[in-house]
Design a protein. Structure first.
Lengths: 212, 196, 252
């Protein structure tokens, strides 16, 4: 039975053509934001929101945008939504906006959003475009959350700010507790974790296609 | 920021404060276009051009338009639109004069617009309050730094092509590991030259 | 020709629409954002002076807490500031300006200094702003010191754009705790380098003053920036306050 377009998009964006592990987009933010799980969560939500609504807007306008300025219009729409998110957070939930503040520029320049606009939203109906934007955002977010989980756990010993590794070490009889892996908090840790993730996911999809 | 020679800024932006290996901006195209030296150098030159021009333009727009009008909150939008316009012009130019480069770069030519390094340089020069000459030196230096980094990466990857790598690590996997090692090396440079 | 004109007009029209949307949003939220910033600023200033919300004990704060985690009631906050602190603006004369050359402070004709009397038998505490260079941008801090510059009383970082998880950890309780009794008397002996940063300290500065701060691992640039900011700006403020002891009603 042929898959419906919506289900196809879901499977593609979340796994088969995942923006981070397959298309290799959105890397800058992957490295920067994944040393803390909470920041990654907020970043993921912000990006998903911006991608979905930008896709919707571009799709609604797709028949009136002149070809020569399509990139400029896309960047205009994307950055406007990001600034809207930034201002709204600053006004109503300033604590959360503090976590997102340094990354605002990284959402605007996130290749995933631009990539989806070019590849999908500019040539599809608004409903599907919104769905694709949503799924791409989620595809990005779940990969980052896995990496962030490991980086925060090994780098700080915490999960969502709560100390986890230290009590575990103490329980195991290591009196000095957990020694932080600073390497995981700094950028090279992000590089290696992402490489590991891609390695594992490539092996899994190779095994899947062998079975099929 | 007075007293800081544009030349020091220029060389610091290339080596000790390399926009890619120290600040980790501009990664997407760095990982994807570094498979061949030829394509990598084409993209690198394009980035140098865009960085220098947009640093100059954005400086003028921010200090002589946005700031006097009290509309600094629009800087993200205005900067990125200036960058998009510059890249659009560059795209038209390359399409006309080098068909092969245009085809080789593919989606990554328009994606220069969202290269975080370019927006990052514009934002940095505002935060650090550089003068016009300093900004241009910083933009050009950052571009050259990015170019050298992607060239180095392409060189390493071309040599690794002949070696045995696990199948699942081919492409982005090994590129990330190489980048990680290069990044670790560049941590040694940090703080050597004060550029703010 | 006509198509190019249409394209340019379209672009200008779209830009105008989006800028209008953002301008409206900005205008609508400006006062709220301003209020939020003032509340945050007030929390930081009170924290630096060691004044915490009622019922909260410093030792109960976890190492990763930042000032925004402190539970202040908005009206109590304003009351407390009014009751405990007073502000004096000190004139920045030309001879004192020479000291600002190495600093990142750019004051106008005058610079504010906050005063907290505390209990009547202890010497007053002074508070002021400092600015320094971090890794990604400027760091602004508010520090409170004993008026004889023997010890720091506390610090908070009001502006910083450092790496979250690394440099940005200077805003956490664990780092700021080292400033609670930091020995800064080296400033009075023209030896600012006596304040040093070490890799590990066995205990926080609790009762006894020491001049050591523990750096944040992996955030060398940020911590060096903080240290340089301390040394430069404390030197400046020490001179400024010595010149104005009568204005501040301090004993000589």
């Amino acid at each position: 039975m042929a898959e419906s377009k919506a289900v196809q998009i879901l499977k593609d964006d979340l796994w088969r053509n995942n923006p981070v592990t397959v298309q290799i987009l959105g890397i800058c933010s992957t490295l920067a934001v994944t040393n803390i799980f909470m920041n990654t969560l907020i970043m993921g939500l912000g990006l998903t929101f911006v991608t979905a609504f930008s896709a919707l807007t571009i799709s609604l306008l797709r028949n009136v945008i002149p070809q020569r300025v399509r990139m400029m219009v896309q960047t205009l729409v994307i950055s406007s939504f990001v600034v809207i998110v930034d201002i709204s957070l600053k006004a109503y939930v300033p604590d959360i906006s503090k976590a997102l503040g340094p990354y605002v520029g990284l959402i605007i320049t996130n290749c995933i959003i631009m990539g989806r606009m070019e590849a999908f939203a500019s040539s599809n109906t608004p409903g599907l475009a919104f769905w694709d934007g949503l799924m791409s955002g989620i595809g990005y977010s779940w990969v980052l959350l896995v990496i962030a989980f490991v980086r925060e756990l090994l780098g700080f010993g915490t999960f969502l700010g709560v100390q986890v590794m230290d009590p575990v070490m103490q329980a195991m009889g290591v009196s000095t507790g957990w020694v932080q892996w600073s390497f995981m908090i700094m950028a090279p840790g992000g590089f290696f974790m992402l490489a590991l993730f891609i390695w594992i996911s490539n092996n899994l999809s190779a095994a899947q296609s062998k079975k099929a | 920021m007075e007293g800081l020679s544009p030349w020091i800024l220029f060389f610091a932006a290339i080596f000790t404060g390399n926009i890619l290996l120290t600040y980790f901006l501009g990664m997407c195209s760095f990982l994807s276009v570094s498979k061949q030296i030829k394509t990598a150098s084409g993209l690198g030159l394009a980035v140098i051009f865009v960085l220098t021009i947009t640093a100059a333009l954005n400086w003028i727009v921010y200090w002589h338009l946005l700031q006097p009008l009290g509309m600094e909150y629009l800087r993200y939008i205005v900067f990125i639109v200036v960058i998009a316009a510059t890249v659009q012009l560059l795209e038209m130019f390359i399409e006309r004069y080098s068909e092969s480069l245009y085809l080789n770069l593919g989606i990554f030519l328009p994606l220069i617009t969202v290269n975080c390094a370019i927006l990052g340089v514009s934002l940095f020069m505002i935060i650090r309050k550089y003068t016009f000459i300093q900004s241009v030196a910083f933009g050009a230096g950052s571009g050259i730094g990015w170019f050298l980094a992607i060239l180095a990466m392409a060189g390493i990857r071309e040599r690794l092509n002949e070696k045995k790598i696990p199948a699942a690590l081919h492409g982005p996997g090994i590129a990330l590991i190489i980048s990680g090692i290069m990044a670790m090396a560049f941590i040694g440079f940090s703080g050597m030259v004060q550029i703010q | 020709m006509k198509r190019s004109l249409a394209t340019v007009l379209f672009m200008m029209g779209m830009t105008a629409v989006f800028i209008a949307v953002l301008a409206i949003l900005n205008a609508a939220t400006q006062s709220r954002i301003q209020t939020n910033l003032e509340i945050q600023e007030s929390k930081s200033i009170l924290y630096a002076f060691g004044i915490l919300p009622d019922g909260i004990d410093e030792s109960s704060l976890s190492g990763t807490m930042t000032t925004s985690d402190l539970d202040w009631d908005e009206s109590t906050l304003l009351e407390t500031i009014g009751a405990e602190l007073s502000v004096v603006r000190l004139a920045v004369t030309d001879d004192i300006r020479a000291l600002l050359r190495e600093s990142m402070l750019v004051p106008g004709d005058s610079i504010p200094v906050y005063l907290h009397q505390g209990s009547t038998d202890s010497i007053p505490t002074l508070g002021f702003y400092m600015r320094g260079k971090g890794l990604w941008g400027t760091i602004q801090a508010f520090i409170a010191v004993k008026s004889d510059f023997s010890c720091a009383v506390g610090i908070d970082f009001t502006e910083q754009v450092e790496t979250p998880g690394l440099g940005a950890r200077i805003t956490e309780q664990e780092f700021k705790g080292f400033f609670r009794h930091l020995d800064i008397s080296g400033i009075t002996r023209s030896a600012p380098d006596e304040i040093i940063m070490v890799r590990s300290k066995s205990e926080l500065n609790t009762v006894q003053c020491t001049s050591e701060l523990q750096a944040v691992t992996g955030a060398t640039q940020t911590c060096n920036g903080v240290l340089n900011m301390l040394r430069t700006d404390l030197k400046f403020y020490y001179q400024l306050i010595q010149m104005n002891r009568d204005v501040l009603k301090l004993e000589s």
